[in-house]
Ligand binder design. Structure first.
Ligand code: SAM
Length: 192
């Protein structure tokens, strides 16, 4: 059966991440992706996780402790738009995932926003290694979601095809705003 956006996001990450890689979870939330990534990069790799909700960071930290995955993880209670301040210019990244929208079973008014999401993506793309991938799963059924969706889709369509592959994946016959998965893959180094 065709995978859901969630399963496909993990499949696309699992295909390329190897032990020792540096990766980013741009929206930690309940920590599902953070744990998944921490497991893949192993003790020699590193996951940087961002979330603006302290509760999300605390809950996820507890899960990482239980799973014995804290050594390779840094959780940051700050927005993903601060990626350039956290990762020096010389640091390269194998993969990143952003689950846009609000945290289920939580405050629906705390949502990812177009401006900060685009700032994060813009700063992240040059950091991707060749063959690296950024996965964005866009949930947009909530108030404010359409604005972010339109902004992200407009942005990813402008990414130069000589340097990156950009894929869109969505079940287009489903009701209730099925999520859109965007996968960006770096093809080769950018020209100066
Ligand atoms: N991947 C998460 C999981 O496995 O549970 C779900 C993420 S949820 C759809 C979106 C998350 O983005 C929320 O936890 C929210 O607090 C967070 N968020 C909102 N704005 C953010 C920002 N600027 N930077 C980082 N996280 C942000």
């Amino acid at each position: 059966m065709l995978p859901t956006a969630l399963h496909y996001s993990h499949q696309l990450l699992r295909e390329i991440i190897v032990p020792g890689d540096t990766v980013i979870d741009g929206t930690v939330g309940n920590g599902h992706d953070t744990l998944f990534l921490a497991d893949l990069v192993g003790s020699q790799g590193h996951v940087y996780g961002f979330d603006i909700q302290g509760q999300a960071i605390d809950t996820s930290q507890q899960k990482l402790i239980k799973a014995g995955l804290t050594a390779q993880t840094t959780l940051l209670h700050q927005g993903h738009e601060t990626i350039p301040q956290v990762l020096d210019d010389h640091v390269t990244v194998k993969a990143a995932i952003f689950n846009l929208g609000y945290l289920p079973q939580s405050d629906k008014t705390i949502i990812t926003k177009k401006e900060t999401t685009l700032t994060a993506l813009d700063s992240l793309l040059p950091k991707l290694v060749v063959g690296g991938r950024v996965i964005i799963v866009i949930y947009y059924g909530h108030e404010g979601g359409e604005i972010e969706k339109d902004g992200v889709l407009a942005f990813v369509k402008t990414i130069p095809q000589q340097d990156y592959n950009v894929l869109s994946y969505q079940f287009i016959n489903q009701q209730n705003n099925p999520p859109i998965l965007i996968a960006i893959e770096r093809k080769k180094a950018s020209h100066p």
